[in-house]
Every structure is written in structure tokens, then in C-alpha cells.
Design a protein around this ligand. Structure first.
Ligand code: ZN
Length: 256
């Protein structure tokens, strides 16, 4: 049989069960997203099972298929096991997987997204609090795929924003100066702390960002803005957001 095989490295973003024992797996690679069939993977004897866990970073071998390529081999390079040990980290991982799958459409952005995603998953295993990591990833991913909000200059007139800027506009695509407030009557008033966090996660490295301590109400507002921003661009709801919010609340109330 003249099967054409190829190898690649990737991160498992999504798994959907099909038929009796198969799974369709969405894989993020540095060259784009691949959907591949993993045949018989839900049988315990399958040599693929255990090597295709959600979010694991794998070395893969695929056979070119008519409809969809077929996974023939998978070896986990990094499994990010720590994400499975705490609900908050697990929920954060799902959130990252879903956002990536939602926003990445274009192959041009794949290499950058792949690097960002790996960096983010590693951080989620080690950081004290997942919130800044998630804000950072959401903002950087938006940047990579062409949905960068305007936070340095007014989204309407382009004048440089200072610390008095308080209005965020989904319609105009970022922060507004006081003169342009009327360009969007639905613009949201945000506190200086929220504006600062948005700017930090847009400009700074992940290592820098995780060093900031931010109050819970500011996190809540940043989540709200970034999620609505993402949903506007993708025209889809973020299904894992409710689970993340639930486990974050439990975490906060248990005094963690
Ligand atoms: Zn303006």
C-alpha cells in the first residue's frame, strides 16, 4: 500500500469521539491546524491511546488521507501533567485550547501561535495564579491573528492615550480619548487599573506579567473585556469560560 506518511510536532487542541472507537483530533502545529483521525484510539489496546491527551505536546506521524489525514503514531514530548492535578489549572488549559481553536484560522499566524501556546501551557503548570497568564495569552493570540486592540493610541483619532483614558469601545476596537467618547455611545468606562492590566499583557513578556498582583475585581473586568472582544471577532461563545469561572470562584472562596 503506497501510504504517504509525514511527521510533525503538535499540541492536541480538541478531541471528538466518532464511531465506535475513533476520534477526530485537532492538532496545532507550527504550520497550521490539522484535523486527523485516530482510528481505534478508544480501545484500551490501541498504541495511540495515552499519547493523545488534550493539550499534550506530541511528536506525530500521519498518513495522508482522502478526507482527513490519519494518525499512525504519537509520542508525547510534554504532557503537562500538572494541569490535571488542580481544577483551576485544568480549566485554564481547556480555555487556552478553546481560544486557540476559535481564533486561529490563518496559517500565517500558526508559528507564532504555536510558540505562544507552548509558553503558556508551561507557565500554567508552574504559576501561582493562572489569571495573568490567561489574559496575556488571550491578548498575544489576538495580536498574532490580527485582532490587536488599540491601547496606545485612541482607536478613533490616533492621538496618544494617557492615563486619563477611561473608555473602552468594542465597536471602535480599543480605548478612546476623551474627545472621541461620543463616537460610541456604548463605550464602557474602565478603571485605570483595568486599562493598565490590558496594556501590560499586550506589551510585556509572560515572565514580567506573572509578577504583577492584581485585585480580583480587576481580573473579572479584564476577563469580561477580553472574552467579549474574542467573541466579537470569532462570532462564537467561549464554552469553557463558565467552567473556568466556577473553579476560580471555588478557589477564591477556599482562600487559596
Ligand atoms: Zn480620539
Amino acid at each position: 500500500m503506497g501510504e504517504r506518511l509525514y511527521r510533525c510536532e503538535g499540541i492536541i487542541l480538541k478531541r471528538i469521539d466518532v464511531g465506535e472507537a475513533d476520534r477526530i483530533v485537532t492538532i496545532l502545529t507550527a504550520n497550521g491546524k490539522i484535523q486527523a483521525t485516530a482510528r481505534g484510539v478508544r480501545k484500551t489496546a490501541s498504541k495511540l491511546s495515552g499519547h493523545l491527551e488534550l493539550l499534550s505536546h506530541c511528536q506525530l506521524q500521519l498518513a495522508v488521507g482522502k478526507q482527513r489525514d490519519v494518525l499512525t503514531q504519537s509520542i508525547a514530548i510534554e504532557r503537562f501533567d500538572t494541569l490535571q492535578l488542580e481544577l483551576v489549572r485544568m480549566a485554564a488549559g481547556y480555555y487556552v485550547a478553546e481560544l486557540t481553536d476559535m481564533l486561529l484560522a490563518d496559517e500565517d499566524a500558526a508559528a507564532q501561535t504555536y510558540t505562544l501556546c507552548l509558553e503558556t501551557l508551561r507557565a500554567l503548570c508552574t504559576v501561582q495564579s493562572v489569571d495573568m497568564v490567561l489574559h496575556w495569552y488571550t491578548m498575544q493570540l489576538c495580536d498574532a491573528v490580527g485582532y490587536r486592540p488599540q491601547l496606545t493610541e485612541c482607536a478613533v483619532c490616533g492621538q496618544t492615550l494617557d492615563s486619563t483614558a477611561q473608555l473602552w469601545s468594542f465597536v471602535q476596537g480599543g480605548m478612546l480619548c476623551a474627545d472621541c467618547a461620543r463616537s460610541d455611545i456604548q463605550a464602557m468606562r474602565v478603571s485605570l487599573s483595568v486599562f493598565k492590566v490590558l496594556r501590560i499583557v499586550q506589551r510585556e513578556s509572560l515572565a514580567t506579567v506573572v509578577g504583577y498582583t492584581v485585585p480580583a475585581d480587576v481580573h473579572a473586568m479584564v476577563y469580561q473585556i477580553l472574552r467579549r472582544w474574542v467573541m466579537r471577532q470569532s462570532e462564537r461563545a467561549i464554552r469553557s469560560a463558565a467552567f473556568l469561572d466556577d473553579v476560580r470562584r471555588q478557589d477564591l472562596s477556599s482562600g487559596a
